[in-house]
Ligand binder design. Structure first.
Ligand SMILES: [Mg+2]
Ligand SMILES: [Zn+2]
Length: 288
């Protein structure tokens, strides 16, 4: 792919351009010297201990009205959350209150250190999540890990000046039946890998995908023999994979995990990289 890309560029110029040739050659050499690996993560119940949307939904009291509940079935999760955010705004729940709830969700034990150790081991890290950009930014910034991700793929959200949180679907797709219309994580993962190769001359030797939910099955089905799919014990992804072994067969190695510590041990054993960083991170200040 890399060579073809360079050849195409050279051919399209109609002349042999030494500068470009050197550039291609150089980046190819760099690739050889520094093989890259990719680790892709779900967010809710994978990185954070809980679900960002449901934690925020609890601020709607006394309860979510039935006509809003209905939206999950009729119009999908993102449309439902849009309505939840509208209710929060109506009930004068402030931006700060919402973001405090997000910051104060615990990590899945050991996860921040796991992410840091993979980053130190030269893995590129991405998040692919059905939460939203505001929540993921808030949590990763509060835990000092926002700068270790190459990219974050999620539903775009934004607080308006009047304090209303707005959210849009990440995309609209109907080809993949394993995924919701607003988010096919497999397609996002494949597109990211292809884009890195064409734009940045980075070809990943191995890809790790870590998740817990049924929407994490699609990306794992698209992994190759060199890759590792990681399903959390006790959650939907593992349950469905085990139930449908003949229909949902992964080419990749599959491992099952409980928390950041045992996941680290299994990945370290497989890829032979360094230990967990020693330092503890400072938790954000939260109400008791
Ligand atoms: Mg999840
Ligand atoms: Zn899909």
């Amino acid at each position: 792919m890399h060579a073809r890309h360079c050849a195409y560029q050279i051919a399209s110029k109609q002349i042999f351009d030494f500068t470009h040739y050197n550039y291609c050659f150089h980046s190819k050499m760099t690739n050889l010297v520094q093989p890259k690996r990719l680790a892709a993560f779900d967010f809710d119940n994978t990185v954070v201990f809980g679900n960002t949307d449901t934690v925020v939904r609890e601020l709607v009291t006394p309860e979510v009205p039935p006509n809003v509940q209905e939206l999950v079935k009729t119009e999908g999760w993102t449309r439902y959350m849009e309505e939840i955010f509208r209710l929060l705004h109506e009930k004068k729940i402030t931006r700060e209150k919402i973001l405090e709830r997000i910051r104060c969700i615990r990590e899945v034990p050991g996860f921040v250190r796991l992410l840091k150790s993979l980053h130190q081991a030269n893995f590129d890290l991405i998040i692919i999540s059905d939460s939203n950009s505001e929540f993921i930014r808030e949590w990763t910034q509060a835990h000092n890990i926002s700068n270790i991700f190459t990219q974050i793929f999620t539903n775009p959200a934004q607080f308006l000046d009047n304090g209303l949180l707005t959210i849009k679907p990440y995309h609209h797709q109907t080809e993949c039946k394993l995924s919701a219309e607003n988010l096919c994580k497999g397609k996002i993962l494949e597109n990211f890998i292809a884009t890195r190769e064409v734009d940045d001359f980075i070809k990943y030797e191995n890809v790790v995908y870590v998740g817990d939910g049924t929407n994490d099955i699609c990306p794992v089905m698209r992994l190759s023999e060199n890759d590792v799919g990681c399903a959390r014990k006790g959650y939907g992804m593992k349950r469905i994979l085990e139930k449908n072994k003949t229909k949902l067969t992964a080419k990749s190695k599959l491992i099952y995990w409980n928390n950041g510590f045992d996941l680290h041990e299994q990945l370290q054993e497989h890829f032979k990289y360094g230990d967990l960083p020693d330092q503890r991170f400072e938790s954000p200040t939260c109400p008791v």
